[in-house]
Ligand binder design. Structure first.
Ligand code: ADP
Ligand code: MG
Ligand code: ZN
Length: 627
C-alpha cells in the first residue's frame, strides 16, 4: 500500500481509463440537453394565460379587502393572483414609477413582488433567465473542450490515436518474465541496445533498423516480448492494435497513425507497438477484400511515417502478426519492417519454464508433477499454459484446497484442452450406450493402428460441445507428420462412426460422428491440396488464396476445373480407405470393443493404463495394415 500512489490514483492513464470519464460527460451533456429543451418548451408554451383586465380602483378595493394573495409588478402592469389561485388571473395598469402604496394598496394584505422599492430583482431575474441557455451551452462547451484535452476521449477525437502509453513501473515487463524464447530474446536484445546506446551504433555508421516484425502463433508471447523490450530499454511504449485502425470513416485510420507517430517522436527514444498488424497490413490491391480504401490509406500512412523517420530519431516500431504471409510486401522492404523475429510454440523445456513462472506465486502441492504436464501439453502456447495455471488455482479454490493438488491440475488441463465437463447434461440410456460404442471405436482404432498417437483417456461425460471424448496425446513435439501417420489419424477419426455402423446397423448411425467427419475431411483435403500427398496429384500443391469480399469469405483457385475434380476424387478415396481400415480393426476386435464399452458405461471415464490393458491382445487385421 505504500508506494504506488501514482499508478493507483491515475485511472485515466490506465488502458481502459477513457471510459468512466466519457460516460460522465455523456450524462452531463444529456442533462444539459434536457434542460435546454425544457426551457424552450417553457418559453413557447409556458406563457401565463391572459389575465382579465380590471380597473385600478377595483383592484385596490379587492386587494385591501384581502381577496388577493399576491400582486406582481411588471413595468406598468400589475399581475394579480386571487386568493386560492396559483397563477395571476387579473391585471390592471398603473403608473410604472409609482409604488403600490402610492396607488392606495395596503401592501400588508398580500404578497408583493417587484415593487420598485426592491425593483432591481426584476431586472436581474429576467436577465438570468434569458442568459441561462447561454450559460449552459457555454458550460457544456467548456466541459467538452476540457475533457477533449484530457486523454482517451473518443467522442471528440476520432483522428487521435488511441495508443496507450505504458510507463508505469507496475506495467513493466522484463525479459526474465518471459520464459524460454531464447532466440527471440537474443534478437530483441539487439533492439534494446539500439534504444539504449544509439550513439554507439551511429558512431560506426550503422543504420538502426526502424521496424521489427514479431511473427508467431497467437498466445506465444509476442505482446509480452514487445513490452519487455521497452522494459529492458527503459523507454516509453506506445501500443495500438491494428484492428483499432480499421474504423468506419475513411481517413480516420490515417490520421490516427499520424498522431501516433507524432506522439512517439515527442517521446523518443521509445517504442511503437502495432499489434495484429495484418488487420491493416494485408496485401493491397489483390482484388480481394472489399472496402479496403480505409485500410490502404492507413497502411500508406504507416509507410509514409516510417520513411519519414530521420536517422537518429530513435523510435523503433515493433509489430506483431501471426500471418506474415498475408502482409503487403511494401511493409517488408528495407527501411521498414526489414527485421523479422520468429516466435514459435514452446518446446517441452520451455513449457516447463512457462508453467513454473505461472505457478510461481500459487501454492503448489508436492504431488504436482509440472514436468509431466509439460510433457503432455505439446502444441500448447504460453497463453494456454498460463490459462491452465489459472484454472488450476480456480479449481483448487472451488474444492476448498489450501494448495493446488495434482488432481486440480489435471482437471484444469482437460478443461483448457477440451472444455469443462458437463456432468448434468442429461443423456438417455440409449444415447449413453451409443456414445460408449462410439468412443470405444475411436480408442480401439487409435490403439491398434501402429502410427496413431497413444490413447490418453476415454470418457462418456459430455465435455464442451461433445457427447464424449477419446483423447490421444501427441508424443513429444513432432515437427513433421508423415503420410502414414495422417492415414492412421483419418482412420481413428472415423472409428467412432464406424463402430456405430458395425454395432447398430448402417441406418442407425447418429449425428455423434458429424464433427469427426468434418475434421477428417479437412485433414484429407489439406493432405491433397497443400501437402502433395495424393496418388494422382503426388508432389503437387495448389495454392488457394483466401480473402474477404463483400463480407464473405472467398477462395481464389489457381487450378482448373478438371484438377478440382481430381482433388475431390483423391479426398474421397482417402476417406474411403480410412473407413475401410477402421471397419477392419473394429470387426477384428469386437470383443475388446464390448469390454471397453461396458467399462465406460460403468465408470464413465477410463484412463490410458486401463485402455492399454483392455486392448492388450487386440490384433491388427491384414486389411488394415499399410505395411
Ligand atoms: P501474443 O501477443 O503472442 O498473442 P501474449 O504476449 O499476449 O501473446 O501472451 C499471452 C499470455 O500468455 C501472456 O500474458 C503470458 O501470461 C502468457 N505467455 C505467453 N508466452 C509466455 C512466455 N514465454 N513466458 C511466460 N508467459 C507467457
Ligand atoms: Mg498479442
Ligand atoms: Zn467421435
Amino acid at each position: 500500500m505504500d508506494k504506488k500512489p501514482f499508478s493507483s490514483k491515475k485511472p485515466l492513464k490506465s488502458p481502459k481509463g477513457g471510459k468512466p470519464q466519457k460516460r460522465g460527460m455523456k450524462n452531463v451533456a444529456f442533462i444539459a440537453i434536457v434542460v435546454l429543451f425544457a426551457l424552450v418548451i417553457i418559453a413557447a408554451y409556458g406563457q401565463p394565460k391572459r389575465q382579465t383586465e380590471i380597473s385600478t380602483s377595483q383592484a385596490v378595493t379587492d386587494a385591501n379587502a384581502g381577496r388577493y394573495s399576491k400582486i406582481e409588478k411588471k413595468g406598468n402592469e400589475l399581475l394579480i393572483t386571487e386568493d386560492g389561485k396559483k397563477t395571476p388571473t387579473l391585471k390592471t395598469y398603473i403608473d410604472p414609477n409609482a409604488t403600490l402604496k402610492e396607488e392606495g394598496f395596503n401592501t400588508s394584505k398580500f404578497e408583493v413582488k417587484n415593487d420598485p422599492d426592491s425593483s432591481s430583482g426584476s431586472l436581474w431575474g429576467s436577465l438570468l433567465i434569458s442568459l441561462l441557455p447561454v450559460i449552459i451551452i457555454g458550460g457544456l462547451l467548456y466541459f467538452m473542450l476540457k475533457s477533449a484535452q484530457g486523454q482517451g476521449n473518443q467522442a471528440m477525437s476520432f483522428g487521435k490515436s488511441r495508443a496507450r502509453l505504458y510507463g508505469n513501473e507496475k506495467d513493466k515487463v522484463m525479459f526474465n518474465q518471459v520464459a524460454g524464447q531464447a532466440e527471440a530474446k537474443q534478437d530483441l536484445e539487439e533492439v534494446v541496445e539500439f534504444l539504449k546506446f544509439p550513439k554507439k551504433f551511429a558512431g560506426v555508421g550503422a543504420r538502426i533498423p526502424k521496424g521489427v516484425l514479431l511473427v508467431g502463433p497467437p498466445g506465444t508471447g509476442k505482446t509480452m516480448l514487445a513490452r519487455a523490450v521497452a522494459g529492458e530499454a527503459n523507454v516509453p511504449f506506445f501500443s495500438i492494435s491494428g484492428s483499432e485502425f480499421v474504423e468506419m470513416f475513411v481517413g480516420v485510420g490515417a490520421s490516427r497513425v499520424r498522431d501516433l507517430f507524432a506522439k512517439a517522436k515527442k517521446n523518443a527514444p521509445c517504442i511503437i507497438f502495432i499489434d495484429e498488424i495484418d488487420a491493416v497490413g494485408r496485401r493491397r490491391g489483390s482484388g480481394m477484400g472489399g472496402g479496403h480504401d480505409e485500410r490502404e490509406q492507413t497502411l500508406n500512412q504507416i509507410l509514409v511515417e516510417m520513411d519519414g523517420f530521420e536517422q537518429g530519431q530513435n523510435v523503433i516500431v515493433l509489430a506483431a502478426t501471426n500471418r506474415a504471409d498475408v502482409l503487403d510486401p511494401a511493409l517488408l522492404r528495407p527501411g521498414r519492417f526489414d527485421r523479422r523475429v520468429g516466435i514459435g510454440l514452446p518446446d517441452r523445456p520451455d513449457r516447463l519454464a512457462i508453467l513454473k513462472i505461472h505457478f510461481e506465486k500459487k501454492p503448489l502441492g508436492k504431488s504436482v508433477d509440472l514436468d509431466a504436464l509439460a510433457a503432455k501439453t505439446a502444441g500448447s502456447s504460453g497463453a494456454d499454459l498460463s490459462n491452465i495455471a489459472n484454472e488450476a488455482a480456480i479449481i483448487a479454490a472451488r474444492n476448498n484446497h489450501a494448495e493446488i493438488t495434482q488432481h486440480d491440475v489435471t482437471e484444469a488441463f482437460e478443461r483448457v484442452a477440451i472444455g469443462p465437463e458437463r456432468k448434468n447434461k442429461i443423456m438417455t440410456e440409449a444415447d449413453k450406450v451409443t456414445t460408449a460404442y462410439h468412443e470405444a471405436g475411436h480408442a480401439l482404432v487409435g490403439h491398434v493402428l501402429p502410427d496413431s498417437d497413444p490413447v490418453h483417456k476415454v470418457t462418456i461425460i459430455p465435455r464442451g460441445g461433445t457427447g464424449g471424448v477419446t483423447w490421444f496425446l501427441p508424443p513429444e513435439d513432432k515437427v513433421y507428420t508423415s503420410l502414414i501417420e495422417f492415414k492412421d489419424v483419418l482412420a481413428r477419426a472415423l472409428g467412432g462412426r464406424i463402430a456405430e455402423e458395425v454395432i447398430l446397423g448402417k441406418d442407425r448411425i447418429t449425428t455423434g460422428g458429424g464433427n469427426d467427419l468434418q475434421k477428417a475431411a479437412e485433414i484429407a483435403r489439406d493432405m491433397i491440396v497443400n501437402q502433395g500427398m495424393g496418388t494422382k496429384l503426388r508432389d503437387q500443391v495448389f495454392h488457394v488464396e483466401e480473402g474477404m469480399m463483400m463480407e464473405r469469405m472467398v477462395s481464389e483457385r489457381t487450378y482448373s476445373e478438371d484438377t478440382a475434380k481430381v482433388i475431390d476424387q483423391e479426398v474421397e478415396s482417402l476417406i474411403t480407405e480410412a473407413g475401410e481400415r477402421a471397419r477392419a480393426v473394429i470387426k477384428g476386435n469386437l470383443d475388446k470393443l464390448e469390454v471397453l464399452k461396458d467399462r465406460l458405461l460403468e465408470k464413465e471415464t477410463v484412463d490410458a493404463d486401463e485402455v492399454a490393458d483392455i486392448f492388450q491382445s487386440a490384433v491388427l487385421p491384414k486389411t488394415a495394415a499399410l505395411y
